[in-house]
Design a protein around this ligand. Sequence first.
Ligand SMILES: *Cc1c(COP(=O)(O)O)cnc(C)c1O
Length: 411
Amino acid sequence: MVIPKGTIKEWPPIDDIDKRYVLASLEGTNHAFGPNCVSFEREFAEWNGNRYAITTNSGTAALHMCIAGCGLGVGDEIIVPAYSWSSSATCVLHHNCIPVFVDIDYDTMNIDVEKIEEKITEKTRAIIVVHLHGLSADMDRVLSIARKYNLKVIEDACQSHGAKYKGKKVGTIGDCAAFSFNQNKCLCSGEGGMFVTDNEQIYEEARKLWSFGEIRTPVEKRDYHAYALGWMYRNNDLTASFGRAQLTKLDDYLKVQRENAEILKEEIRDVNGLISPFEPEGYTHTWYNFTSRISPDDLGYRWDVPKLRDGIMKALQSEGVPVGIWQSFILPAMTVFQAKNAYGRGCPWKCQFARDLVYSPDDYPCAQKHCDTHFGMTTPLRAPNDKKVAKLVGIAFHKVFDNIDQIKENL
Ligand SMILES: *Cc1c(COP(=O)(O)O)cnc(C)c1O
């Protein structure tokens, strides 16, 4: 076993700063949307470079707020990449809009900007880009398409805190954006999220959805009035205190992650049959998830590709490398889209304002190929793990791919 148990430290590292912030919250008196929430919004907005921020109980809530904030509604069609976390697309359904999927680009794993225009109809109102695994989407192309067709651009930045596109931080490029603070993300507060925008009108609209359709925030005088259809998406003080503590360390975490990823990339450069993730010119990857793919051709194997991938993954795991499949389904193949079992009675697709459409998984060959050939990895490259761990991961990759014939025989 190349990496003995206990070598890789768990995420996230917790120190006295976290304990101090969380204890201070406990000693306060407002445990709902309290002072830590207000500070977290201000500090995150400042860190990311946004005018407005609203903290939520999840990234998914923040995504739904993006849809509402942009004034999207019944029957509006929204472009979404065919490969992502489910809620990048179900947030569209939440607001009675219709997701229209676009295949991904195999190299970047992000939306294939060359395939967006062919999916645009007179009902298209917005594009959701997902900055997957820590790499920004091609924002210049997305923005120019959006300008041409008068579309809103929503950034799902749930995996990409600190990622940059041509020097700009994600979450500052489109009309509004969502971040997640779930356990696995680069900024972890257990669960939680942040809606951000620079646009006052989008901010006001999103805020209505956030807290019961009220307009005043609970830190001010409550008026208990629903001005609009609202959900309950507020964050709470304890969670926000944890998020604030982690935010003080986020830049250092991201620096460690980049250093470790660069070492690993160098270590595995010449591993035959392994495609490691790349960073195009002008982009700053955070390496949130170091996602590799296998090349069945280079490995001399053309049969059951997912099975070979699973065999390689198992071998890596038995060398102590925590790799895993991030998604085994592309989004349009998921039951909610195949069975269209959202609001019942076929809605929202059958709604009189919507266009019914067919989700045919065969239309997304790159996303499917990615599903079948990838495996992801997060913790070994994250703080407090260091160069030594990154090097060990490299050694394990070499060992497994050097013994590929043995893996193929045992499939
Ligand atoms: C995690 C994630 C979400 C959802 O965030 P939650 O906080 O879990 O609701 C949305 N989109 C992407 C790409 C994610 O990785």
